[in-house]
Design a protein around this ligand. Structure first.
Ligand SMILES: [Zn+2]
Ligand SMILES: [Zn+2]
Length: 345
């Protein structure tokens, strides 16, 4: 069986190639892709800003419908079911996976032979996955929303780390898609949420989605506004999603005793940070990162989206039909979009 798949052979170039799918193995599932969102990872390849190699087969925020199930696959979904695809989740058997840290799985199943396309490859008409990568959703679940299970799963991990209590004041830095999903999930947990974001339209969006206060991190009255927002002007947790080293420095000045600083986002360009260890010692700060998702957080994300418990429609800026992928990438890299999804008939 053949499928069309999208390859980024070099920066600013997108190609559709016809490839032969291998025969289905006993524990595999064949899925017809219905929706694939273009995440910043794919966008970095398109822009030529990724240090990783080309050609790249992108697409890791994916939903679809089950077409065929291998004879020994665990029957969590049936033919015709709508599913979200944890295409980045791997083996389940390595040391990291057995520790419950499958976000650090040691197996790379995306292939990386020199000169050959590598990557998750969800931007295709059909994909073959292992049974444990396929998560069944409601028969009525919105397939475009379902494609965002991966970013939601990553944020579920992030907001689950600090031991927060209802009413705690927390800060989310950055109101891009990741910052806004943090706002949605933290509000659902009863937090008092402040957002810092330099862009006015994005601050507006954060406020619409429930942020209790959204301000410019460079606001001249920053200190006063925070002091009137929460006690001592300090937060129980800060979630860094964007803003680089200056934002992280600001975060360190805003941590309450026993507070958590969660570095959800990466920093580009790279940089270093100076921290007085006594600050960590006397204040019992916890500094941590969160990287990717686990099977556990992915399952929760699919359940919440599938049941309509969180509304992701504000984040789907545009739907573009396959095969108009050149246009889709151009729209995805535009600063006025959150997620552009490529839809398949
Ligand atoms: Zn993603
Ligand atoms: Zn593993």
């Amino acid at each position: 069986m053949q499928t069309h798949t999208v390859i980024i052979p070099e920066p600013r170039k997108v190609e559709i190639r016809k490839v032969e799918l291998p025969p289905l193995e006993p524990r595999q599932v064949l899925v017809k892709v219905k929706s694939c969102a273009l995440c910043t990872w794919e966008q970095r390849f398109y822009l030529g800003a990724s240090p990783q190699s080309y050609p790249f087969r992108g697409g890791h925020e994916v939903s679809g419908e089950v077409v065929e199930i291998g004879r020994e696959a665990v029957p969590t979904a049936q033919v015709g079911d709508r599913v979200a695809l944890a295409i980045m989740t791997r083996c389940g058997a390595c040391e990291s996976c057995r520790r419950g840290m499958d976000n650090f799985c040691e197996m790379d199943s995306h292939g990386n032979e020199p000169g050959q396309p590598w990557g998750p490859g969800g931007l295709s008409e059909y994909v073959i996955l292992e049974d444990y990568q396929v998560y069944k959703a409601h028969s009525q679940a919105d397939l475009n929303h379902l494609a965002l299970s991966e970013p939601v799963a990553c944020v579920i991990r992030s907001v689950s780390l600090p031991p927060l209590e209802g009413g705690d004041a927390v800060l989310v830095q950055g109101a891009g898609l990741m910052g806004l999903i943090h706002v949605l999930l933290l509000k659902r947990r009863g937090m008092k949420v402040m957002v810092t974001e330099p862009d006015e339209r994005r601050r507006q969006r954060a406020a619409e989605l429930g942020a209790d206060l959204a301000i410019d991190p460079n606001d001249l009255a920053f200190g006063e506004r925070i002091a009137s927002f929460c006690e001592k002007g300090k937060f129980r947790a800060v979630f860094f999603t964007a803003g680089g080293i200056p934002a992280i420095r600001q975060a360190l000045s805003l941590l309450d005793k026993g507070a958590w600083l969660c570095l959800y986002g990466s920093v580009h360009p790279k940089g270093t940070l100076e921290i007085d260890p006594n600050e960590i010692h006397y204040n019992e700060w916890v500094l941590t990162g969160t990287y990717s998702h686990t099977k556990k957080s992915f399952r929760q994300a699919v359940a919440m989206i599938s049941e309509g418990l969180i509304d992701l429609s504000p984040f789907i800026s545009e739907r573009v039909e396959f095969p108009k992928v050149d246009y889709a990438f151009e729209r995805a890299i535009s600063p006025d979009t959150y997620r552009v999804v490529v839809t398949f008939p």
